[in-house]
Ligand binder design. Structure first.
Ligand SMILES: C[S@@+](CC[C@H](N)C(=O)[O-])C[C@H]1O[C@@H](n2cnc3c(N)ncnc32)[C@H](O)[C@@H]1O
Length: 192
């Protein structure tokens, strides 16, 4: 069942994420409800492997055509299904980043899947709507092309979730956890 209408993310968000997260060919990016695939297309241009999970058949077809036009069809896997019915544990190679522009109530329902099915240190990015009960490691305010204020919420699985504050079996300082995760995925902290 479609639980959120299609509203595309603004360009400024993808531009910010491309640079802030240093998206590259080692990334595997999943967009939960990918719409017309515009976010993933930009990540694919930076070399990432991308996975679009989208319930709307027309939007899946548009995504396919768009990637074809750009000669990047081999950089996207299109799963035309309800994201609640797709196991994130079966995605290979493992996702490094999950993007979700969805309502908080839906994100809350998905957060259990994130905890159970994503690897430790996977980055989860949401737009405008936070994941309730999770603590973001960074929040970025942006102004889009229509002069609207937008908020990018960045979480790390295993650190941002309330029940997980563990690194390799030891409870450690949250800042230390973030550092370890960022190091593991060879990322700078994106504080700009
Ligand atoms: C707000 S739009 C975001 C589109 C895209 N991620 C972007 O940022 O440009 C939400 C998308 O989620 C899709 N969607 C809604 N419910 C879904 C579900 N249960 N499973 C998969 N996709 C869904 C909608 O069709 C829509 O394209």
């Amino acid at each position: 069942m479609s639980v959120v209408p299609w509203i595309p993310s603004p360009k400024i968000v993808v531009e910010y994420l491309k640079h802030a997260l240093g998206i590259n060919r080692e990334d595997v990016v999943v967009d939960l409800g990918c719409g017309d695939g515009r976010i993933l297309l930009e990540f694919a241009k930076s070399g990432a492997t991308t996975i679009c999970i989208e319930i709307d058949r027309t939007l899946c077809n548009i995504t396919e055509v768009t990637f074809n036009i750009h000669g990047l069809r081999d950089r996207v896997k299109i799963v035309c299904r309800d994201f609640f019915e797709v196991s994130l544990s079966n995605i290979e190679p493992r996702p490094t980043i999950v993007y979700a522009y969805l309502y908080s109530s839906i994100l809350e329902a998905l957060s259990k899947k994130f905890e159970e099915e994503l690897s430790f240190c996977t980055i989860i990015v949401t737009l405008d709507f936070p994941i309730r009960n999770w603590s973001p490691i960074y929040v970025k305010h942006l102004i889009d092309e229509n002069n609207h204020s937008r908020v990018v919420w960045i979480y790390v699985n295993g650190i941002s979730n309330p029940k997980a504050r563990l690194v390799e079996g030891r409870i450690v300082d949250v800042n230390k956890c973030v550092e370890i995760c960022m190091e593991k995925c060879r990322r700078k902290l994106f504080m700009y």
